[in-house]
Design a binder for this molecule. Structure first.
Ligand SMILES: Nc1ncnc2c1ncn2[C@@H]1O[C@H](COP(=O)(O)OP(=O)(O)OP(=O)(O)O)[C@@H](O)[C@H]1O
Length: 258
């Protein structure tokens, strides 16, 4: 995947160029306002840029030098947002087949395999309103996969979930990545997500790429100061400490404030 995007948004100037693996996840990491969404919009074909090149393998989707610009619906890009945006009037199964219908006969990614990897078989007859937040995101991932994308764009897909669900859904994203080996462009603020899921990492700040490399090299592991090891019990520096009133679920990592 190759991306070059130069665009102006009011006073903000985006000027980024990066390349990522065709069979792994590229992380776009940066603070709020760095230009991550502005970059995704160019990749998805939803925004014009003064200068842009977007290519997946040898498929060129945007090239301002030649005037090429494939419309969004023909880019073969699956998008997963922060909120699942499932169709509320359709069952899970119909949400999934909606993705399939848009695939134009391509069928590299089998529905059965996606349903298995995401463990959503028991949810197929449910309505989106009867799903938990984590289940909804798994279905949104399935719908995006079944549109048979050449690229999966994930725009902070875990950030609306609580810590426990985040870890769970992250495991499913990892499983999809391993099983289907398609390029992913993954936007996050989370060091943990970047390090767990990323093969390549692009750091953005103020509209510019400030560094590119492996997530492990660019993003130091967060220090886990404490972990909930039983209801109301935190393990800190090897000691089990009871914390009355603590209702965080077991497994939650805690950062302690002074
Ligand atoms: N239509 C617009 N007009 C003017 N400025 C804009 C417009 N859209 C975005 N911006 C500015 O462009 C900058 C980059 O925004 P962008 O949404 O890409 O950041 P981001 O990295 O995705 O942030 P976040 O993590 O908060 O989603 C911000 O300073 C934003 O205020």
């Amino acid at each position: 995947m190759r991306v070059l995007a130069e665009r102006r948004l009011g006073d903000f100037r985006l000027s980024v160029a990066f390349a990522g693996p065709e069979d792994g996840a590229t992380i776009l990491f940066g603070p709020s306002g760095a230009g991550k969404s502005a970059t995704l919009a160019v990749v998805a074909g939803l925004a014009q840029a003064e200068r842009a090149l977007v290519a997946i393998g040898d498929r060129v989707l945007t090239d301002t030098a030649t005037g090429r610009c494939v419309p969004p619906e023909r880019r073969r890009i699956g998008i997963v947002h922060q909120d699942a945006r499932l169709f509320p009037h359709m069952s899970v199964a119909r949400n999934l087949t909606y993705g399939q219908r848009r695939a134009g006969g391509r069928d590299r990614i089998a529905a059965e395999a996606v349903v298995d990897v995401l463990a959503i078989r028991s949810l197929l007859d449910r309505a989106p309103r009867d799903l938990s937040g984590g289940e909804r995101q798994r279905v949104a991932l399935g719908r995006a996969m079944l549109s048979q994308p050449d690229l999966l764009l994930l725009d902070e897909p875990l950030s609306a979930l609580d810590a426990a669900r985040r870890g769970e859904v992250m495991t499913f994203v990892l499983a999809l990545k391993r099983r289907f080996a398609l390029p992913m462009l993954y936007v996050t603020h989370s060091v943990e997500e970047a390090r767990t899921l990323g093969d390549h990492c692009v750091l953005l700040d103020a509209g510019q790429v400030t560094a590119q490399g492996t997530p492990a090299d660019l993003l130091p592991a967060p220090t886990r100061l404490g972990e909930v090891v039983a209801p109301g019990v935190v393990l800190i520096a090897g000691q089990r400490i009871a914390v009355p009133g603590l209702d965080a679920p077991v497994g939650t990592a805690l950062r302690l404030e002074k």
